[in-house]
Structures are given as structure tokens and as C-alpha cells.
Design a binder for this molecule. Structure first.
Ligand SMILES: [Zn+2]
Ligand SMILES: [Zn+2]
Length: 419
């Protein structure tokens, strides 16, 4: 068996891994990244003729955004959990709307990809030529999966994005009875530990209340798939009494989550949250939302676009207001700029509103990643991906030193013989 890194080699995102056996292959994820100019960057090319199938871990664009490129027909078959397949439709159509001009595929390829996607439940095996594939709950967002691949006598496990925290939306990854010769593991937070989750939630809740009770409005820029819903649940489950507005794609995705209730850890909490919040449907609603003290949960999570941009401009000037960032802020994004310089545009005005960052990560931290490695029986080799170069490298060294298992952090294009 051979592994070829097509994307996510020493970088966060653009996940894409080819697993080859007897000159046929399956691809695990085929995502996209965005460069400084916000142009989409696809993984390395792979010859479609060798492909037996594409298996995707979850609906975030950095794992599915490039997959339609393989679909000029209904071949090869793709596999995903039912929630991932359905949410992919929303994510990809939004992606086409925003970046379509720069993409090597169009609506037709997206449709063919979705029509070619078979759904797989956790634990349900599927045979693709000599490959046997199974999905396992990854605990990252609803529907997220790790992928187990077997061919000949070799077993490989790919984590995709993985988390061990118990949240409202999802429980921890399923690590029971893991066995593999090769582990491909993400390392987004491979060099740091997250603070206690309950403590973060409590601090967030108290700070939001403080701002609102002093007459301010809190903007919470959030990704529409995962974080936005989690924030709603955190506020409502703790009895928040003030208005909460939600704006952006989060609406369609929440409705889809409620349809796929079996993928939601605390469905009752999400249902209650959804019946409590005010959904922004048009410009009239949008103009009203920021005029009273309350919370606005709006995309995009790093303030690169979406309705969050509009609210930011309206709320930034008043120091009674606040901007509470709740996700990873990539270098160069407006979210990161506010944290570093207090401005969201170069030479722009200083933001007067209070700005804070809360560690609501949906990725395992260093200790948790190590415990995942430890939980795999029979492990011979660890391949570290989906991390900044120094972080992926550091995590690979930690695995070698602390666990005595061979570990590398390969670059895109590298091929690794694993059996
Ligand atoms: Zn990812
Ligand atoms: Zn993800």
C-alpha cells in the first residue's frame, strides 16, 4: 500500500490523500484552501482512471471543496455520511456563488458529484475493488467521520478533522477498538492545549451577558456549519434571556441538522435554541437586529465576508458593543487583524467595541491528539497532516519521542510506502 499526499501536507486545510494498492486508488477528502487574494487553491492533480472511489470525512470546504473536479460522469462513486452528503449540496452551491469564476468546475460537475455520492452510516463497510472502507464518528461536526481503509493485510486510519470534547452538537470521536498499521492524523492544534471547555463556555456566557446588560450588542462571527449552532446552544441552554439573532447560511444548515437529528448529540437543546432565536430573513430584519441590546450570530467566522461584515461596520464604533471571535482566525484575515491591531482594514479606524477571542475549538489539542495515537493498536507509522509546517513537524517529533512510533510530517506530493 502506498500513500500519496495531494493536499494538507504541512498546511491547514485542502485535505486530499490518495491511498494506492495494486495500481488502483481511493482518495480520502479532496478539499480547497484560499490564498491571500482569497482565490481557491485545489490539491495536486490525480489521474481519474486509477480511482475506485472518493471518500469524504465531513462537509467543510477544506475537505470537499475540490471533489467535483473528478465528475465529468457519474464515476467514480463517492461515499459520505448522510448528513455530509446533504450539507455538501449547500456548501458547494455557496462556494460556486462566491468563487465559481475561479473554479475548474461548474454546477454540472457539482451535481454529478452529489448524484454519485452513496451514503454510509458509521461502522457500515463498503468494498471498493480490493479496498474495504468504513467510517467512524470523528466528533468534529455533525456527520464528521474518520476513515478506516483496509487492503491486503494492511490497515490504515485517517482521522480527517477530529475532536474529543463533548459539545452540544457532537460527542467525542469514537476511539473504541481502533487498530491500524498506519495512522494519518490532523494536527491543527498539534502544539497547544485547549483550556477546559466548560470554563470557556462560562466565561463566554458571562461576558456576553455583561455587554448586553450594559446596553451593548455582541457580534459573534461564526462559521455556518458547526460553530454557529454550537454558540446558539451554549447561550440558550444556560438560560440567556436577551434577543439572539442569527444571520447567513447558518439558517439552512440548522434546518438540515434538525432533519438529520440522529447526528446531533443534544437534539432537544438545538431544537429549543432554534425556536428561541430570531432568524434574519431580509434587509429590514438586518437593520433592526443591531438596534437593540442582544447577540448577533452571523457568518463569516473570520469576518472575510457575509452579513458579519455589515454588522461589524455598524457596531464597531460604539464601545458598549463587542465582537467576540469564537474560531480559528487565519493569518491575514480581518478577524486576525482586529485581534492583533484593533483594526479590520489597513489604515482603517480603530474598533471601539470590545474585542475578545474564545477558544471554542472543534479540533483536538496536543494531549488529545497524543491520546488518539495511543489508542490505536498495532501502530507502525504516523503521518501528520493538516497543520502549519512547524506544528506538524513538532507533533511528529513528539510522537517519535514520547511514544517511540515512527512519525513524519510530509509535504504535498510526497509518496510513502506503508506496506
Ligand atoms: Zn479541516
Ligand atoms: Zn473541518
Amino acid at each position: 500500500m502506498k500513500v500519496k499526499i495531494l493536499g494538507a501536507g504541512r498546511e491547514v486545510g485542502r485535505a486530499a490523500i490518495a491511498v494506492e494498492y495494486r495500481s488502483r486508488a481511493v482518495i480520502l477528502d479532496y478539499g480547497v484552501n484560499f490564498d491571500e487574494k482569497d482565490l481557491p487553491q485545489l490539491p495536486l492533480h490525480y489521474p481519474p482512471a486509477k480511482l475506485l472511489g472518493i471518500v469524504v470525512t465531513h462537509g467543510h470546504l477544506d475537505h470537499i471543496g475540490g471533489a467535483p473536479i473528478f465528475y465529468i460522469s457519474r464515476n467514480p462513486k463517492a461515499y459520505a455520511t448522510p448528513f455530509t452528503r446533504d450539507v455538501a449540496r449547500i456548501m458547494l452551491s455557496d462556494f460556486l456563488k462566491l468563487s465559481g469564476y475561479y473554479l475548474p468546475f461548474e454546477e454540472e460537475e457539482v451535481s454529478l458529484f452529489l448524484e454519485s455520492t452513496r451514503t454510509l452510516g458509521y461502522g457500515e463497510p463498503v468494498e471498493l475493488g480490493s479496498f474495504r472502507v468504513r467510517l467512524r464518528d470523528a466528533g468534529h461536526i455533525p456527520g464528521s467521520a474518520m476513515i478506516e481503509v483496509e487492503a491486503g493485510s494492511h490497515k490504515l486510519l485517517y482521522t480527517g478533522d477530529v475532536n474529543l470534547y463533548d459539545t452540544n452538537l457532537v460527542g467525542p470521536a469514537d476511539l473504541s477498538g481502533l487498530e491500524a498499521d498506519t495512522l494519518i492524523i490532523e494536527s491543527t492544534y498539534g502544539a497547544s492545549s485547549h483550556p477546559d471547555r466548560r470554563g470557556v463556555e462560562e466565561a463566554f456566557y458571562n461576558d456576553v451577558r455583561e455587554v448586553v446588560e450594559n446596553g451593548g450588542t455582541v457580534l459573534v462571527p461564526s462559521f455556518s456549519l458547526g460553530r454557529g449552532q454550537e454558540i446558539m446552544c451554549v447561550l440558550v441552554s444556560r438560560g440567556f434571556e436577551h434577543p439572539i439573532y442569527v444571520d447567513g447560511m447558518v439558517r439552512r444548515i440548522t434546518e438540515l441538522m434538525l432533519e438529520h437529528g440522529s447526528f446531533i448529540r443534544r437534539l432537544d437543546v438545538l431544537e429549543k435554541a432554534w425556536s428561541t432565536v430570531n432568524v434574519v430573513r431580509d434587509w429590514q430584519d438586518r437593520r433592526n437586529a443591531w438596534k437593540e441590546p442582544g447577540v448577533i450570530i452571523a457568518s463569516a467566522g473570520m469576518l472575510k465576508g457575509g452579513p458579519a461584515r455589515y454588522y461589524l461596520k455598524k457596531l464597531a464604533k460604539d464601545k458598549r458593543n463587542a465582537v467576540f471571535l469564537v474560531s480559528f482566525q487565519a493569518p491575514g484575515t480581518p478577524g486576525r487583524m482586529i485581534l492583533e491591531s484593533g483594526r479590520y482594514a489597513e489604515n482603517g479606524p480603530l474598533v471601539q467595541a470590545r474585542v475578545e477571542w474564545f477558544d471554542f475549538s472543534s479540533h483536538a489539542g496536543r494531549e488529545q491528539l497524543l491520546s488518539i495515537v495511543k489508542s490505536v493498536k498495532g501502530l507502525e507509522r504516523v503521518i501528520v497532516v493538516h497543520g502549519e509546517p512547524e506544528i506538524a513537524e513538532a507533533f511528529a517529533s513528539t510522537v517519535k519521542e514520547e511514544l517511540g512510533v515512527e512519525a513524519i510530517a510530509p509535504s504535498n506530493g510526497e509518496e510513502i510506502e506503508v506496506s
